[in-house]
Design a protein around this ligand. Structure first.
Ligand code: ZN
Length: 379
């Protein structure tokens, strides 16, 4: 069952993210933790008018964003895919059954309200490891598949042996890859001060500008870890979208500053998993609780409302990254409200939920969410 779960695992957070986010006057200050500030935030969000450009439904704008780190680096199985796994993925993605598009094109479609073709997929690779150049690049280039590399600048500047050089990064860019922002030092942002985060973004911006001549427009949170305050800083810094590391299908109605991705590694790198996630559909939700990604309560009172465009929720299942590995206790309130309760608190660090719903066509709808339990607050 666990495999199925991770085969399947996510979601968005605030529906109003799109427009609201861009025009937000929410203060980008320290982490928001108290109940009263969370409530104030909720009210602030509620006051934001609904986006006017959301002419497309979740299904019409669906895109599975897949995420890699290392290729053929067997010493790191949790972030690595074996070369034969990767080659099988490429063969599948280049088979003509999918529309593998540049991530920027997908984000621009979300922002402008354009539809995307069915089975749209984006390939992303985090952290700028050397095997991107030696293993992934030649294979992606040969297959003609676009991809985005999220580069944290400090390890590159430090010239660590297993990281890309700026020359190689330029070669990747000139060969059709795009470069995304991943901070300077790859810090745990949800634990960092506002000053530190702003300094990180500024430092990385200067390095991208100097080495590439431009600053990336799309951001990926290191470790997929964020908070509402971090998210606000990213919006105010001018990015057009930001990606987490929770599984799920991205779409135009999802929070554009906490978009899901499907992580792949050796244990979750089978061709069947790739086929499943590349064909998956969104499970569009709104009114997710708790509001902040950084948990005040542990275990959290996790809940969301499923969009009326989804016909039946009878077969919906949710799984938590803590506990037995089986389905979490799920309560349905009325037609559309789902509340999930787990008996066990999450350990410090990343806490994930995955909710999946099989369709009559044999596909899966998928919504996932990642929260963060601060190190000093684990219970
Ligand atoms: Zn990373």
């Amino acid at each position: 069952m666990r495999r199925l779960i991770d085969l399947l695992s996510p979601l968005c957070r605030f529906r109003p993210a799109r427009n609201h986010a861009r025009g937000s006057s929410q203060p980008a200050t320290a982490r928001i933790r108290s109940r009263s500030s969370a409530l104030a935030l909720a009210l602030a969000y509620a006051a934001v008018p609904a986006p006017t450009t959301a002419a497309v439904t979740a299904d019409q704008s669906a895109a599975s964003i897949i995420m890699y780190h290392r290729f053929g680096e067997g010493d790191y199985p949790s972030t690595n895919v074996r070369i034969e796994q990767f080659e099988a993925h490429i063969a599948e993605l280049a088979s003509g059954r999918y529309n593998v598009l540049p991530l920027e094109q997908i984000i621009d479609a979300f922002r402008s309200g354009r539809t995307l073709p069915k089975q749209t997929v984006a390939i992303t690779i985090d952290d700028a490891y050397q095997s991107i150049y030696t293993v992934a690049l030649p294979r992606l280039r040969k297959a003609g598949l676009p991809f985005t590399v999220f580069v944290a600048t400090d390890p590159v500047d430090a010239k660590f042996a297993n990281f890309l050089s700026w020359d190689q990064i330029r070669e990747i860019r000139d060969g059709g890859g795009t470069i995304g922002h991943h901070t300077a030092s790859h810090l745990h942002m949800a634990d960092a001060s506002t000053e530190r985060i702003l300094a990180e973004i500024k430092k990385a911006n200067e390095r991208y500008e100097a080495e590439l001549g431009e600053i990336p427009r799309i951001f990926a949170y290191p470790y997929g870890e964020a908070s509402l305050a971090v998210r606000s800083l990213i919006i105010e810094a001018g990015f057009v979208a930001a990606l987490g590391q929770h599984s799920g299908v991205a779409h135009a109605e999802a929070d554009q500053f906490y978009l899901p991705r499907f992580p792949f590694n050796e244990n979750f790198g089978s061709i069947n998993r790739l086929k499943l996630v590349a064909s998956a559909l969104p499970l569009p939700v709104s009114d997710i609780t708790p509001l902040d990604y950084v948990l005040d309560e542990n275990p959290p009172h996790f809940g969301f409302s499923v969009s009326p465009e989804i016909p039946s929720l009878d077969r919906l299942s949710c799984f938590a990254s803590t506990g037995s590995g089986g389905p979490a206790a799920l309560t349905r309130l009325g037609e559309r409200r789902i509340e999930i309760r787990t008996s066990q608190a999450f350990p410090a660090g990343r806490a994930r939920f995955n909710c999946t719903l099989p369709t009559r066509e044999g596909l899966w709808r998928w919504f996932g969410m990642q929260f963060y339990v601060p190190r000093n607050r684990a219970e």
